[in-house]
Every structure is written in C-alpha cells, then in structure tokens.
Write a protein that binds this ligand. Sequence first.
Ligand SMILES: Cc1ncc(COP(=O)(O)O)c(C=O)c1O
Length: 282
Amino acid sequence: MNQDSVVYLNGAFQPLSEAKISVLDRGFIFGDGVYEVVPVYNRRPFRLAQHLKRLENSLAAIRLSNPKGAAEWEALFLEMIRQTPHEKQAVYLQITRGAAPRDHGFPQGVAPTVFMMAVPLKTPTPEQVEHGVSCVSAEDFRWHRCDIKSISLLGNVLLRQTSVEAGAIETVLFRGGFLTEASASNVIVVKNGVLLASPQDHLILPGVSLNAVLEFAPMVGIPVEVRPISYAEVLDADELWLTSSGKEVLAVITLDDKPIGDGKPGAMFKKMWAYYQEQTLA
Ligand SMILES: Cc1ncc(COP(=O)(O)O)c(C=O)c1O
C-alpha cells in the first residue's frame, strides 16, 4: 500500500496520504470500535453477506447503530474493490464511535468514523499448503467478549507475538485447558474422520471461514461435531487446521514442537482445501 492508494474515509474516497482523523477519535483513545476483513477473489467479495451480518452483530454488541444498510455497504465494498488494482484483495472496514472529548461514557450526537482500505490478499504459499505449518499454544487471557470483532486487539497482538518469536505461524489458545481459537484464526480438529469445532460462544470469534468450512464439510463427506476440545485431544488429533479469511484453511503439522497425526497435511485437509478453493472462484 503506498501513499497514493485510495482509501475511504467518512463519505469520500481519497489518497491514503490525505486521509486524516482526529487524535480524539475513540478508536485511537479507547479502541472503541469494530472491524471486518472481507477477502476478494477475482475482484468479487467472498461471503460478503456473512461478513455484513457479523458486522451488524458486532455493532449491536457495542451499542453503535449501523451507519449503513446492507445494500449501501455492498455498494461501498464494490466501489472500494473497483478503485484498487488487485484481483485478490482484503478489504478492511473499521467503524469507531467517532471523535469526542475523552470520557469513557458514550458521547451523544457524534458521527461514527467509517474507514475502509483494500490491500492485496495474502493467502498461504504453495509450500505452506503442501507441507503445513507449525503453531505454539498459550493460555487465552483475553476478555470474555471475543465474539465481538473489536478493534481493541491488544490481547491478540501479544498472543500473536508469542508465535512470531517462536518462529511459528500462529498461537493456538486454550482457556482453562480447552481450545478456544488462535490469535487471528479459528481452529478445527479432525479425529477419527470427524471434524471437531469449539462452541461459538462469547469466547471465540465466529469466523466466516470457519463457518464456510463447517458448511462445506457435509459436501466433502466429513461429519461435524461441535463441543469443548481439550489440549490433550488437540495433541492427539489426526489433523489440525487453522481457518481465516487470509489463511483460508491451512494444515498445522506441529503444536508446541509435537507432531500432529503423522506430521503431514492429512487427506481430509486436502479435500477441504480443494473444495474451499473451488468455492472462492465459483
Ligand atoms: C481472533 C480471530 N479469530 C478468528 C478469525 C477468523 O475469522 P474470519 O474467518 O472471518 O477471517 C480472525 C480473523 O482475523 C480473528 O482475528
């Protein structure tokens, strides 16, 4: 992204170098806002309706009224994509409670700040898809509303840094011994031919890619079971996958330096990966 890249801010498309917000913006001061990241393939947004629904849920959870209807959001996403020169993009949208004198309570009559930018979508390399990736684990010390796609990401940032420093691709999180998600992805376990996923409660983000994979599973012939999953079960998995808009679906071959299954991306992963690719291009 360079300074001439076009971004959207509060009603206008403009070069990045000209886009300015107040230092009193509550996003900056309190992390008081929510966001979405929508992957775009062949210049077409993937699962936009699901992202807009999650945005609606995040806004409702923080009691910020949605500044636009679904049709208006769609038009804005399409225009952002049109103004950006990549076939594969990640469109980032952030909405904050606006700029106001610093006070924790909600300000009255303040317009939200709406910001959008598009960057090239970074998906896993062919090597990562073929050979899989390594992860480390950590205790999930984030707050109890991880279902809100909040811009307050300090917990996720610190937890992600643990894997950066370990040379791993992600930090898989456990709360009281049970799997929640990863620092910026969801996690799926495959055991005895069944796809296991953690309950989508307040402790994880309901990933659009996770839900795509759960929806595709019957088509690929894999049964799904949603239930709490312990650390021991994760280590004993036949396969372990990460899902996110950028990672799509990606096989994990070691966790905390211990091999998962036979230490290679599994047969179920290969089937799901191929199906997912087809869907992104459908
Ligand atoms: C904490 C967390 N969980 C899960 C996900 C995956 O969500 P999605 O599949 O909608 O990209 C993300 C995405 O960034 C995330 O930050």
